[in-house]
Design a protein around this ligand. Structure first.
Ligand code: B12
Ligand code: SF4
Length: 494
């Protein structure tokens, strides 16, 4: 069967990285293992129009991914495809998982897949294949025939049959054994069109950068994090399974850097120690790797970080979020400032570069608490400080708080991005003006310190990358017009 997987176009207003979509890479891999032919269309890097691609490829089933700011473009893409062919279209990803009915009600969307997608995707593909076997011109309309019950046995989906009846099936259980999944299918991506993992910091010419997921889920429930849509249970791959994939990336795909994308990779410290030992023993520690999304600071001992450094870890992020003790307590991060201080100290002592994630505008903040966050960032002094304005994503606890006790200022899902210099909600005394002012101040005060400027300009990568770095800095501080132009360009692309 011919399957087409689509990442809808969504360029952030800043010059961020573009990397192959790991979720789609997993879906492509399970499809190929089933024997399907896969066409991956990543609108961020394609030259072709999606409709031309569909006319040429004639897929039997289409899967589209969507996070919140992407979802409208996903619908536009589905509409454009439906104007050519009534092929079954499945949408999945963080946004439709949280608000499935919104997408299921749209005529251009046939099935919404909620949560982890591999097993659900396979089940829908099998249903389509059965339909095609019985009727070669099988369409989405045939699939949604209420009498035929093509989808009635599939868990984790929401869809509307032709009689108008909405079906919201119970959740699909998460993948029980992550080692049983095939490795992400990178060969379906146009790998030479992507950036390296952190282009603002590292200059790697023609980078071959890959992402690895060594665990899924997170046992924590921070109030601002969309992780709450994933199964609470944290599950990990064995160190041996990760090693085998790592060897494949380095020896067969020529990886020059690897990004570990786990939400919380260090929940089981022994497993990471084992992985580090295996990477060292198997001489795979010469390729630098990064914990892109942060590891838990309360589980980042000097011993663990030292071992990981020896295994090739170059840089690690920590989610710090706030410099104010009460705000930190209120977001259920389950961590305190001394633990965070220790984690940064440990990382620096073993020679790791550090990234700190900070949030400006959490519920209950005042000018003083935001000030503490800026000061704490300066005290920790990570190599990269990333300040986000709190964006209340649907499904999160802060979304409910902002809706009940505050005023959400964004109506368009496309504006649910957090590097745009625009506050997304106001609450009590916390005005949009205050959030925006302190956010701009955070970047200025962190990066424009003389010691920091000196450190940046003495890095070799800065000079290789200086044009891009200046462009990013400019767009971070003066983003508005760019966004309008971008929005028009994105809409025009389907
Ligand atoms: C890496 C990452 C990025 C990278 C790369 C994104 C990419 N190309 O994949 C970068 C840095 C560019 C990025 C940017 C943003 N990100 Co981001 N990102 C992540 C992160 C940490 C990992 C993504 C990943 O690979 N997951 C692992 C794979 C296996 O999971 P998956 O992609 O979700 O796919 C699975 C299921 O969702 C499902 N599925 C997905 N698509 C489909 C489609 C079909 C047809 C089916 C059946 C199933 C299905 O099946 C997949 C396999 O199980 C996630 C957190 C997380 N844990 O997922 C946040 C996350 C996805 N990002 C998030 C956000 C908010 C953003 C930004 C909007 C932030 C911003 N700057 O404003 C931007 C948007 C950029 C864009 N272009 O869309 C939120 C999304 C929340 C939401 N409601 O949408 C998340 C969940 C973080 C969080 N915890 O809050 N991100
Ligand atoms: S912010 Fe990190 S620790 Fe908190 S729920 Fe999200 S992934 Fe887990």
């Amino acid at each position: 069967m011919k399957v087409m997987l689509i990442n809808p176009k969504f360029r952030l207003p800043i010059d961020t990285r573009t990397t192959p979509h790991l979720g789609l890479a997993y879906l492509a891999a399970v499809s190929e293992r089933r024997g399907d032919e896969v066409f991956l269309f990543d609108a961020d890097v394609e030259d072709e129009h999606v409709t031309d691609a569909v006319r040429r490829y004639q897929p039997d089933v289409v899967g589209i991914t969507a996070n919140t700011p992407q979802v409208k473009q996903a619908w536009r893409t589905a509409q454009a495809i439906k104007s050519i062919k009534d092929v079954p279209i499945v949408i999945g990803g963080p946004h439709p998982s949280v608000i499935p009915l919104e997408s299921a009600e749209r005529p251009e969307i046939d099935v919404v897949a909620r949560g982890e997608g591999e097993e659900i995707w396979l089940a829908v593909c099998e249903a389509v294949e059965k339909g095609l076997a019985a009727k070669p011109a099988f369409t989405a309309h045939d699939m949604l025939d209420p009498q035929a019950k093509h989808l009635s046995h599939i868990l984790g989906i929401t869809f509307r049959t032709n009689d108008g009846q909405m079906h919201n099936h119970p959740d699909h259980p998460p993948v029980a054994d992550l080692d049983s999944l095939p490795w992400p299918a990178y060969h379906v991506f146009k790998m030479d069109r992507y950036t390296n993992l952190q282009p603002a910091t590292d200059a790697i010419e023609g980078a071959r950068s890959f992402s690895v997921l060594t665990s899924r889920g997170c046992p924590y429930r921070c109030t601002f994090c969309s992780q709450s849509i994933m199964p609470q249970k944290w599950r990990a791959r064995s160190a041996e399974s990760v090693l085998a994939e790592w060897r494949h990336l380095v020896e067969e795909l020529g990886a020059q850097e690897i990004g570990v994308l786990d939400d919380s990779a260090n929940i089981k410290v022994d497993r990471l120690m084992d992985l580090a030992d295996l990477l060292i023993e198997n001489k795979l520690n010469h390729v630098p790797w990064i914990f892109v999304n942060g590891i838990r600071a309360n589980l980042a001992s000097r011993e663990l970080l030292g071992k990981l450094k020896a295994a090739g870890l170059k840089r690690t992020a920590f989610g710090v979020e706030s410099g104010d003790p009460d705000i930190l307590l209120s977001i259920d991060k389950k961590i305190d400032h001394d633990t965070i201080r220790r984690a940064f100290k440990n990382a620096k002592e073993v020679g790791l570069e550090t990234i700190g994630f900070f949030i400006i505008g959490l519920p209950g903040e005042t000018e003083e608490t935001m000030e503490r966050t800026i000061q704490f960032a300066i005290e920790l002094d990570p190599m990269i400080a990333n300040f986000s304005m709190l964006t209340p994503y649907p499904g999160t606890a802060v979304y409910e708080i902002a809706k009940r006790q505050g005023r959400i200022l964004v109506e368009d899902w496309e504006d649910y991005v957090f590097f745009e210099g625009k506050a997304r909600y106001e609450m009590g005394e916390m005005s949009a003006e205050l959030i925006e002012r302190k956010w701009r101040e955070s970047y200025r005060r962190f990066y424009l310190r003389p010691s920091r400027v000196l450190r940046i300009v003495t890095r070799k990568d800065f000079w290789i990358n200086w044009r891009r770095t200046f462009r990013m800095a400019f767009r971070t501080l003066f983003p508005r017009e760019e966004k309008t132009e971008l929005k028009k360009a994105v809409e025009a692309s389907v």
